[in-house]
Design a protein around this ligand. Structure first.
Ligand code: DC
Length: 221
């Protein structure tokens, strides 16, 4: 049986930064499920499919092949044979992923892939519904949060470091909207699993969060 850690939480709480570091130090695979929803969203955008066009979205789901590969622990996302790992990291794609991840036709396809990955290998998987739906029997479940203002500032720093122009207020507004949609959708909404440990990262730096996570993992292992 594989050993699985589930991390859920809203956008910008620090899930992926921390999961990547932990995966390295624990020698397990980091599975970024948001990247899968983003790859689907990227397909919809590049094919001119509107987020409310459920018929076209359902049809597209039958034509889309998403694969994850790992090179020295780094995840690459492939969409119909094309490496889209960098192309999916924009706010536009993030918004579209949030809007289209409400559909069961999209979720079912990706959840199956995620469950297969977790069965085959020891993983740290992050997303919105990992502890509740994808891996309800995960060995460790963590629900990571931070205040919207702090999350907006982190996203702002991340984007400006990549040379992208952005507006802090706009990012905070988008984050609040995205949280609302992710938490209030009918299918697999973002919520803390009953047996998850909650970790607020607002006042912690990266090392502080990694340390807190390691303590949680040790405690519940
Ligand atoms: O974590 P992220 O920002 O890359 O995720 C993009 C969107 O994908 C997020 O707003 C909601 C959706 N998502 C989801 O519904 N379920 C997941 N397990 C992961 C992401």
């Amino acid at each position: 049986m594989s050993f699985n850690i589930a991390i859920d939480g809203p956008a910008g709480a620090g899930k992926s930064t921390i999961a990547k570091q932990l995966a390295k130090s624990l020698g397990v695979i980091y599975v970024d499920t948001g990247a899968m929803y983003r790859a689907m969203a990227y397909y919809f955008i590049t094919n001119g499919i509107a987020p409310q066009d459920i018929e076209k979205i359902a049809e597209a789901c039958g034509q889309v092949d998403i694969t994850l590969t790992y090179e020295n622990g780094v995840q690459n996302v492939w969409l119909n044979g094309e490496n889209v790992s960098d192309k999916i990291r924009t706010e536009e794609v993030g918004k579209m992923a949030s809007a289209t991840s409400v559909y069961p036709v999209v979720r079912n396809k990706l959840v199956e892939l995620q469950q297969q990955l977790a069965k085959k290998a020891d993983v740290i998987m992050d997303g919105r519904d990992i502890g509740t739906v994808v891996l309800p029997d995960a060995d460790v479940k963590i629900y990571m949060t931070a205040s919207p203002a702090i999350r907006a500032k982190r996203r702002y720093d991340e984007l400006t470091a990549k040379g992208m122009e952005c507006d802090l207020e706009e990012i905070e507004k988008d984050i609040i909207e995205r949280d609302y949609r992710d938490m209030n959708r009918e299918n697999s909404p973002l919520k803390k699993a009953d047996d998850a440990v909650e970790l607020d990262t607002s006042d912690l730096d990266i090392d502080g969060v990694v340390k807190a996570m390691k303590e949680i993992i040790e405690r519940v292992k």
